[in-house]
Ligand binder design. Structure first.
Ligand SMILES: NC(=O)c1ccc[n+]([C@@H]2O[C@H](COP(=O)([O-])OP(=O)(O)OC[C@H]3O[C@@H](n4cnc5c(N)ncnc54)[C@H](OP(=O)(O)O)[C@@H]3O)[C@@H](O)[C@H]2O)c1
Length: 307
């Protein structure tokens, strides 16, 4: 079946994650899609699915050779920043070596590679950051993301790095992102503590997927920042979430980061400037009010009242 298609072939690694599912959904009309992830089955509708651990060199090589994609979008990563501090070898193997193996396979088959990175490559002292700001990660997750970028920069193989931050959205079976975490606690009537000193520009996964695919289609290369329109603290974001879902704001307790005892350091002034993607690709970045309304509309009615 793959041989009969005239559509360009897209391989989405991490296709069962939040961004992976959004990329698959949005790319469907234009691309023949192969999805790859750790689980036995795909969560979205892909043309072909492969169970693949990107930290396994041979498996990556075989999968990419078999599919022979035009482009790979790598959304797979160890994304739990506190777990990355604890399990450093695993974080390195997935977030850095996995990207190296994808690059090697891309070089062999001649496809482009788009890697998703993070504002955690910066130290969070003076965000929001532009693409040319010097990386200086303060945690291990950020370090692995910076190294994943270094795997690609300067290569002959067409590559792009897309950095984002505070990703949120709704999709089947994904881990709780900030919005879903806040919503589930408030729905259950539980207090939550949120930082007044951690700033970023929250990014709707659908909006990020749109930007990523525009880069794939236009064969753009280099580093791009794709992030939401509004710059605000986690506490202010939680208050917005309560507003949109009509939940009890009194359960949201403002605290400073030091009171949260988070294992990995969090950026105080994180976030990303998006002038480049907006100017070059004409993408409109979505603010939190509109983003939350879109997310709310995607939750199946029977799950709207379920924490
Ligand atoms: N979430 C954020 O706020 C944020 C911010 C900045 C950048 N990013 C970056 O954006 C990208 C997408 O994030 P996301 O929130 O969509 O992540 P996600 O929901 O955690 O999805 C990642 C997917 O990759 C899979 N995966 C993990 N290890 C793998 C491996 N060794 N081989 C193959 N698949 C593997 C995960 O499976 P399991 O669920 O079974 O582990 C999951 O299905 C990541 O590169 C992330 O670092 C995220």
């Amino acid at each position: 079946m793959a041989g009969k298609t005239k559509k360009p072939k897209l391989l989405v690694t991490g296709c069962n994650g939040l961004l992976g599912q959004k990329v698959v959904e949005l790319a469907k009309p234009q691309f023949w899609i192969a999805g790859a992830d750790l689980q036995d089955k795909p969560l979205g509708s892909v043309n072909e699915y492969i169970t693949l651990d990107i930290s396994q060199q041979e498996a990556v090589r075989d999968a990419v050779e078999k599919i022979s994609p035009t482009s790979i979008v790598n959304t797979a990563a160890m994304t739990n920043v506190d777990a990355c501090e604890r399990e450093r070898d695993l974080a390195w193997q997935v977030n850095v070596e996995g990207v190296r193996f994808l690059l090697e396979a891309s070089q062999k088959t001649g496809c482009s590679l788009i890697q998703i990175s993070s504002d955690y490559v910066f130290d969070g002292e003076e965000g929001p950051y532009g693409e040319d700001a010097p990386p200086n990660p303060s945690g291990y997750y950020g370090l692995t993301k910076m190294e994943s970028e270094r795997v690609l920069v300067g290569n002959q193989t067409p590559w792009a790095v897309v950095r984002t931050n505070v990703l949120y959205g709704w999709a089947r079976g994904v881990r709780l992102n900030f919005v879903l975490w806040v919503r589930s606690h408030l729905l259950a009537g539980q207090y939550i503590r949120t930082a007044i000193d951690q700033y970023g520009n929250p990014t709707l996964a659908d909006n990020l997927a749109e930007g990523v695919l525009s880069i794939v289609r236009a064969h753009r290369q280099g580093i791009y920042h794709i992030a939401g329109l509004d710059y605000l603290s986690r506490w202010a974001f939680a208050m917005k979430i309560a507003d949109v879902f009509k939940l009890n704001k009194e359960l949201i307790v403002p605290v400073v980061s030091a009171q949260l005892s988070q294992r990995a350091p969090r950026p105080h002034w994180g976030g990303l400037k998006t002038d480049r993607i907006v100017k070059e690709q004409g993408i409109s970045m979505i603010g939190v009010q509109a983003g939350l309304e879109i997310l709310k509309g995607q939750i199946p009615p029977e799950q709207l009242e379920v924490p």
